[in-house]
Design a protein around this ligand. Structure first.
Ligand SMILES: CC(C)(COP(=O)(O)OP(=O)(O)OC[C@H]1O[C@@H](n2cnc3c(N)ncnc32)[C@H](O)[C@@H]1OP(=O)(O)O)[C@@H](O)C(=O)NCCC(=O)NCCS
Length: 152
């Protein structure tokens, strides 16, 4: 049976934070628990997090925001239209490759349609090959690449 998807509640916060901790590990980024907890609490209050439930168990989540400000102050071009920025999508390890990530995206698409959002954006770290493959399969295309190197 398909999982149900609902708005996150405060009781989901540790589940969401553990998922983000895992994503940061994949992306070699530094996870600061207290900082993310504050952001997660606000995002739950503002209904920016959706949780996939199998019975009583949270098994995945999406975290996104609809607005018209360019994310991170980066100028991507003509983005004055309303868009949806996806911060995180996560599915518990044992539940991956069963279509739950795709269901979380269908849920986001439904919300975007209702709110007349025309564009959806997210960033994918190059090291996260599975995420890149997943997002390309469901229809995303790379927009730009940010290159980096250690200064010497
Ligand atoms: C990326 C992520 C959210 C995808 O979630 P998922 O539930 O595994 O997604 P799906 O099951 O819909 O799709 C995954 C794969 O399973 C396959 N699949 C989907 N339904 C399937 C089914 N019923 N049976 C077998 N395979 C299936 C898909 O073809 C897909 O293949 P692909 O990855 O090569 O495109 C998940 O891997 C994850 O949480 N990763 C860690 C966190 C992360 O990196 N998040 C993204 C950055 S924020």
């Amino acid at each position: 049976m398909d999982p149900t998807i609902r708005n996150a509640k405060l009781q989901d916060i540790e589940f969401v934070l553990s998922g983000i901790r895992e994503i940061f590990k994949i992306e070699n980024d530094i996870f600061v628990y207290s900082e993310k907890k504050k952001l997660a609490r606000n995002a739950i209050r503002d209904k920016h997090i959706r949780v996939a439930m199998r019975g009583d168990k949270p098994i995945g989540f999406s975290w996104f925001k609809i607005g018209d400000l360019t994310p991170f102050g980066l100028d991507y071009g003509k983005w004055s239209r309303k868009y949806c920025w996806i911060s995180f999508v996560y599915v518990l390890k044992n539940y991956r490759n069963k279509g739950i990530g795709s269901l979380l995206y269908e849920d986001i698409m439904r919300i975007c349609k209702r709110k007349k959002v025309k564009q959806i954006m997210l960033d994918v770290f190059t090291v996260n090959k599975k995420s890149a493959r997943f997002h390309e399969r469901i229809g995303f295309k790379p927009l730009l690449s940010i290159f980096t190197m250690r200064a010497r």
